[in-house]
Design a protein around this ligand. Sequence first.
Ligand code: UDP
Ligand code: MG
Length: 317
Amino acid sequence: MAGNDVLYLVIPCYNEEAVLPETARQLLNKMNSMFERGMISRESKIMFVNDGSKDKTWEIIEELHASNPIYSGVKLSRNKGHQNALLAGLMTAKEKADMAISLDADLQDDVDVIDQMVEKYYEGNDIVYGVRSARKTDTFFKKFTAQGFYKLMQAMGVEIVYNHADYRLMSRRALEGLAQFKEVNLFLRGIVPLIGYKSDIVTYERHERFAGESKYPLKKMLAFATDGITSFSIKPIRLITTCGILIFAVSILMLLYFLVVHFTGRTVAGWTSMIISIWAIGGLQLLAIGIVGEYIGKIYLETKERPKYIIETVLND
Ligand code: UDP
Ligand code: MG
């Protein structure tokens, strides 16, 4: 399908010097082939967002931009994390683009489905989700944790697209919708379905990371999952309430039991049951306070309304 809309590819980069030149080359080929087929406007860009990298990532972006103005760059003032970097890029792209596709710098997201995404956009979809068909290349650990993550999210009532990460196309009007979400605790894959509009999916096989290593160690993944749940669901708090009610009911039964024991005169019994309940309830209370604290922490951060990112430089002409 042909059209003349402006496409921006938005790529967050954190210490990606090892993959960036190859990523740039492959994306340029892709853009050129779409220009030739008259699918997109020649004003389209490949926009790299440097998320406060400590290596030569920004220097490489500057060189790319100097060599060919199709490469554009956004430099954040410091490292703000994948989600914030992505948002910074999308919000910058929104000024000039009719549609933007976000993808990772490491070529794990199959570049060849970009065409399909653009076609679906011309068919009238405002959001096109890239969905992984298989996880052949992931390590067992990654597969296991990632699938557990999606299951847990679903159980907690967070509406997310299964096996969809952050590889997606969004139209300008969807980006404008996204801009209206003011929350500081960003979890894009939870927010995007809330924007609405007509959407579709394309499936792809996720490749192995081209070079360099994952910037998502277990610690970051766990933080990401906790954030996803507590920013979108109050189920954990409800669970605590339910637990509280159940335990209260049990304690009333226990009371009855104790009274019976007392009046039948068999009073010195049950040290074990007592010590167990002290520990169990103590633990439960700490857990409950912790979960409530997690939400209070979120409220604290939201009320401060701190900027999600600060842009230092934009290379785009
Ligand atoms: N990334 C980022 N800021 C960070 C961590 C990661 O912009 O603080 C980028 C990274 O450069 C990559 C994308 O987010 O383009 C996904 O990261 P990665 O490939 O390491 O995650 P994985 O594929 O292992 O989940
Ligand atoms: Mg990756």
